[in-house]
Design a protein around this ligand. Structure first.
Ligand SMILES: Nc1nc2c(ncn2[C@@H]2O[C@H](COP(=O)(O)OP(=O)(O)OP(=O)(O)O)[C@@H](O)[C@H]2O)c(=O)[nH]1
Length: 606
């Protein structure tokens, strides 16, 4: 292609994403768009959608981004090139959402016609506005009997301040409104600007590890043109590579001879580690480098840490290999070896958030067949010692002695909760109980309210989300962002089993609630740890001081004694059950402790 052809083609490109609150119908609409543009036949639809990973399908959430090139013949008779870029919908991946939006000029904003605007609708709209995108509202699920499209339109105008007069009324499920959406994309989403002859600037908005190609970077070309054989440079790390393959997803991967301004596709260059293709980084040409990278690159730091230990100590090396493999695909996963007196050899791992943590744990168990003991998640505390030294502590067990500490700071988030009127009291009570500081309350319409609190991240990491859901019957939606560190009166609480401190059970708690928490934790542990052959005292202590205690009585009878002799199948079942239970037990000193016990320090609900 010459530059004139490239420029003409550029005029016909439309790059857009779909943004929505979870379950408002993003994936369903994406599928419909693929179908209508002929990218997939119906049979293929069943097998292949934008959400690729198994886990994703099961959980019904989008984890990894993807980008598809589609051709669409519009009513004006012209053929357009669409790049539909998928975004993950969860707060843990906000940065990835933001980078994939940076690869677009427009976004379809899907709002459920029955639910209206939810917390992540707003969070995503702000990200889209930050990236100067043209936002096209779509009111989805108008087929539902409870749909109130006019009310939701008004909400979009009042709450977000977008003109919703042209909002498409759609049903992704029944294929209503899809044509209209595609026409609006052509009319309203601007074509990419940029000089195909300029020095190369390609935004990396995702990457993954492929065992044949090495790392595959998902890129959007903002300036210039890239071809196979070209020498490229990653602007954040300075590393250089030679391009081996470029192409687009249709959604099958198809090779191309070049990618130029506005194109969205993949690039591989014998890169071994996804850490070299960081999301948000700019790829330039090594021979004719751009003077400035694209704006907004940010290194991602984990927010939540926990210990991962194999139940079977022989699986330590397998666990290391599993983490190495997962790291290839996930630059935001961090880990380092850690030893616990209670649990032996394992790893301290850092995650972007709770969902990210659960996904990694589940993948290790499922894809690598390793049974894990996981310790309660912790945030990073900034500790200033009396001698002026500053520490970052990501494991409660490593918190220095209280006498040596001058003060401790913990991360705070701004939490936005949206609920129907009736639950305002319940939400405020919950936030207050989590040491929340009230910031703001706004009525979205007659019946819905947005409540804003500043809350310590550690309280969110504990079961905030579950409690929010149960206290609002599932009607609340929730979103948060980190706002920085604040000083708090925090202390380390140790748990002793049989008079021995179990390092993996230590927690950091607020001084004012330490006694209460200590009492609940020892009672919880008493329930969870099965009786042993001997009596086991459980104690909670702060420093040398015991603040709560309880005792697990010694086991009296053999379990089989319950089976009144006769029924062999019943007996077998019981033994099987015991064996199952055994799997996730860890001997701590002389006491057998089940997995649930390590999480018990989090559950404060009952
Ligand atoms: N009645 C009705 N249901 C719909 C419509 N569109 C989607 N759904 C249903 O809503 C649920 C959620 O749809 P998804 O497309 O998976 O939602 P999503 O926004 O992609 O969810 P995440 O991937 O978690 O962000 C599914 O059960 C869909 O079948 C619609 O137009 N009408």
């Amino acid at each position: 292609m010459n530059n004139e052809q490239r420029r003409a083609r550029q005029e016909k490109i439309r790059n857009f994403s779909i943004i929505a609150h979870i379950d408002h119908g993003k994936s369903t609409l994406a599928d419909r768009i693929l179908e209508q543009t002929g990218a997939l036949t119906e049979r293929e639809m069943k097998e292949q959608t934008l959400d690729a990973m198994d886990l994703e399908r099961e959980r019904g959430i989008t984890i990894k981004l993807n980008a598809v090139q589609l051709t669409y013949t519009a009513k004006d008779g012209e053929e357009y090139i669409f790049h539909l870029i998928d975004t993950p919908g969860h707060v843990d991946f906000t940065y990835e959402v933001s980078r994939s939006l940076a690869a677009c000029e427009g976004a379809l904003l899907i709002v459920d016609a029955a639910q209206g605007i939810e917390a992540q609708t707003l969070a995503n709209v702000y990200l889209a506005l930050d990236n100067d995108l043209e936002i096209l509202p779509v009111i989805n699920k108008i087929d539902l009997p409870s749909a109130e499209p006019e009310r939701v339109k008004k909400e979009v105008e009042d709450v977000i301040g977008l003109d919703a007069s042209d909002a498409v009324l759609a049903s992704a499920k029944n294929g209503i409104g899809i044509g209209e959406i595609l026409e609006q994309v052509v009319e309203k989403v601007p074509a990419p600007t940029g000089d195909p002859e300029g020095p190369l600037k390609a935004l990396i908005f995702d990457s993954l590890y492929d065992s044949y190609r090495g790392v595959v970077a998902y890129i959007r070309i903002v300036e210039g043109t890239v071809k196979p054989g070209q020498k490229i440079r990653m602007m954040a790390t300075g590393k250089e590579f030679e391009v081996t393959e470029i192409g687009v997803f249709t959604p099958k991967a198809e090779k191309r001879d070049e990618l130029t301004v506005g194109d969205v596709g993949f690039l591989s260059a014998s890169i071994k580690n996804v850490g070299d293709t960081r999301v948000g980084d700019t790829i330039t040409s090594a021979g004719n480098p751009a003077s400035e990278p694209l704006p907004g690159y940010r290194k991602m730091n984990p927010m939540v840490y926990c210990g991962l230990y194999p139940v079977d100590t022989n699986e330590y090396n397998d666990l290391r290999e599993a983490l190495e493999r997962l790291e290839l695909n996930d630059a935001s996963l961090q880990y380092e070896p850690e030893t616990s007196q209670a649990l032996g050899f394992g790893f301290r791992c850092g995650f972007l958030g709770l969902l990210h943590m659960e996904i990694i744990q589940e993948r290790i168990e499922r894809e690598f067949g390793i049974t894990l003991i996981t310790t309660a998640p912790s945030v990073i505390y900034n500790v200033t010692l009396t001698n002026g030294e500053e520490l970052k502590v990501d494991n409660p067990a490593n918190m220095p002695d209280a006498q040596k500490i001058e003060h401790v700071e913990e991360p705070y988030v701004k939490a936005k909760v949206m609920v129907p009127n009736d639950y305002v009291g319940a939400v405020m009570e919950l936030c207050q109980g989590k040491r929340g500081i009230f910031i703001d309350m706004q009525y979205l319409d007659e019946n819905r309210v947005q409540i804003v609190y500043e809350i310590p991240l550690s309280e969110i990491v504990y079961d905030f989300f579950d409690q929010l859901k149960s206290s609002t019957k599932g009607y609340a939606s929730f979103d948060y962002e980190l706002i920085g560190y604040k000083q708090s009166k925090l202390v380390k609480m140790d748990i002793l089993l049989n008079s021995e401190t179990v390092d993996a059970l230590s927690v950091i708690v607020h001084r004012d609630s330490a006694y209460e928490r200590g009492k609940i934790i020892v009672e919880k542990l008493k329930e969870l740890i099965p009786r042993q052959q001997f009596e086991v005292p459980i104690q909670a202590s702060i420093g040398q001081k015991i603040i709560a205690r309880s005792t697990i009585k010694a086991m009296r009878k053999n379990v089989l004694a319950k089976c009144y002799g006769g029924d062999i199948s019943r007996k077998r079942k019981l033994l099987e059950k015991q064996k199952e239970g055994k799997k996730r037990m860890k001997s701590v000193g002389s006491v057998e402790v089940p997995q649930e016990a390590f999480m018990a320090v989090l559950r404060m609900d009952d």
